[in-house]
Design a protein around this ligand. Structure first.
Ligand code: IMP
Length: 426
């Protein structure tokens, strides 16, 4: 029996983590986000309406679950308040069960402005960020000048920090990016106003989580983005700015890393990516278009079309290994229904894999594939493993062998019930 569970995307994000949370929710007492910000996006259907949350854990939809934003999350208060309003509309009051760490770094207006200006600048590398100030806010965190939640409640400290920050940002905006200055008084007033709205949600995440632990309650650490977007382990520089792998949990929440006793990885049955960066198995043909169309592959945060390609077992086995994955949930297998041939990348021809995986400089590699026959009987909506077409089973079992981890759950459609559970992770 596991009590502390990590839920991690094993590719470039958008693996369908939200649906898995939904599946586990009945057994959870707490869900914690530990990295990223409102660059994530999970679409939820509540009472027939489509609601997208970017910052709140997807577990917020479940009344019995306490939701935490740990210290590793960068928080835009504008985004947070909008989501709280949406959540209240659909779910009722959430004040008692949403706790934001006093230590979270805040995304300020100048972070968003710099992120967007830099992406447009002809001399900066275009990453294809979500333009939400995530990277720039983390730069300040590492640069030791973040404004953190607790700073909002000491006006002199807040003012001093804003002055220090704006001195730098306004220099960049005016001298380098030919843009307008930010007005310190306006930024200060906005922070002070927002501090009061935020107050009821501010708390001590470390103490609360350890309290859940002492009561032996089940806690889910909900990763955002995916392991290949991890700033340290991913396809740098085309990554997000936080540790989206398992290693982000301990410092992003404040727990002993050895307490995590089950690591659940989520992988799509194929691969997608949004934004720039290498993607060895990308399909620029009608099969890629078919997958994008059937899979509805459009970014929940930015509305950008997602790039699509075959499953890359070189990268997936790597992220399985680095994240100590105990079980994989394979999602969207039904999207491959109807294809005559399905490929899996098993090697990059003529390259030293250990060297490539050290640097993750995988642009231009030459993927080699195994080819498997498509299946006749659709997987869509199937809920028992035994009911799958033998060829679909072969595909699943091949991925297990190549990646070295059992596939414990398989998602066969968008509805919660469209799921095969081979081994319940909790
Ligand atoms: P940033 O996180 O906005 O700085 O963007 C950096 C990269 O991460 C870009 O390629 C984004 O498209 C990608 N990214 C950020 N969040 C997500 C996500 O939730 N899903 C998929 N890609 C993401």
């Amino acid at each position: 029996m596991s009590n502390l569970i990590s839920l991690l995307g094993l590719q470039w994000g958008d693996e369908g983590k939200g649906k898995v949370v939904d599946h586990l929710a009945k057994d959870l007492k707490a869900a914690v986000r530990y990295q990223g910000g409102h660059n994530a996006g999970h679409t939820l259907i509540i009472g027939g309406d489509k609601v997208v949350f970017h910052l709140l854990p997807s577990a917020i939809c479940h009344q019995e679950i306490k939701c935490y934003l740990g210290r590793g999350v960068v928080v835009s208060l504008d985004a947070l308040f909008k989501e709280i309003e949406d959540a209240k509309k659909y779910l009722g009051e959430i004040e008692e069960r949403l706790i934001v760490s006093r230590a979270c770094s805040l995304i300020q207006s100048y972070h968003i402005k710099l992120d967007q200006l830099r992406e447009k600048s002809p001399i900066s590398t275009t990453i294809g960020t979500t333009g939400r100030g995530i990277g720039t806010a983390y730069e300040d965190k590492v640069g030791r000048k973040s404004i953190r939640v607790q700073d909002l409640y000491t006006e002199t400290r807040l003012k001093d920090k804003l002055e220090e920050n704006l001195d730098f940002y306004n220099f960049i905006f005016t001298n380098y990016l030919e843009d307008k200055k930010e007005d310190i008084n306006q930024v200060l007033d906005r922070n002070l106003q927002q501090a009061e709205i935020l107050r009821p949600y501010v708390g001590n995440v470390i103490a609360d989580i350890h309290d859940h632990v002492s009561k032996q309650e089940k806690i889910l650490f909900e990763g955002a983005q995916g392991a290949l977007l991890d700033v340290s382990l991913g396809t740098y520089p085309f990554v997000t700015s936080s540790n989206s792998s398992i290693g982000g949990i301990a410092p992003g929440v404040g727990i002993d890393p050895r307490m995590i006793d089950y690591s659940l990885g989520i992988a799509k049955a194929y691969t997608t990516r949004v934004g720039e960066g290498p993607f060895p198995t990308e399909l620029d043909d009608s099969v890629g278009e078919h997958i994008a169309h059937v899979g509805g592959e459009v970014g929940a945060t930015t509305g950008r079309p997602r790039r699509c390609g075959w499953l890359d077992a070189v990268l997936l086995s790597h992220t399985v290994k680095l994240n100590g994955i105990d079980g994989i949930c394979l999602t969207k297998i039904d999207v491959l229904d109807g294809l005559d041939e399905i490929k899996i990348c098993t090697d990059y021809e003529g390259s030293s894999l250990s060297e490539l995986l050290e640097t993750m400089l995988i642009e231009g590699v030459n993927p080699s594939y195994i080819s498997m026959p498509g299946w006749e009987k659709p997987c869509a909506g199937i809920r028992e493993y035994e009911a799958l077409d033998d060829r679909a089973k072969s595909y699943i079992e091949k991925i297990e062998t190549l990646c070295g981890a059992p596939i414990v759950m398989i998602s066969t459609g968008p509805r919660r019930e469209d799921t095969i559970v081979r081994q319940y992770p909790l």
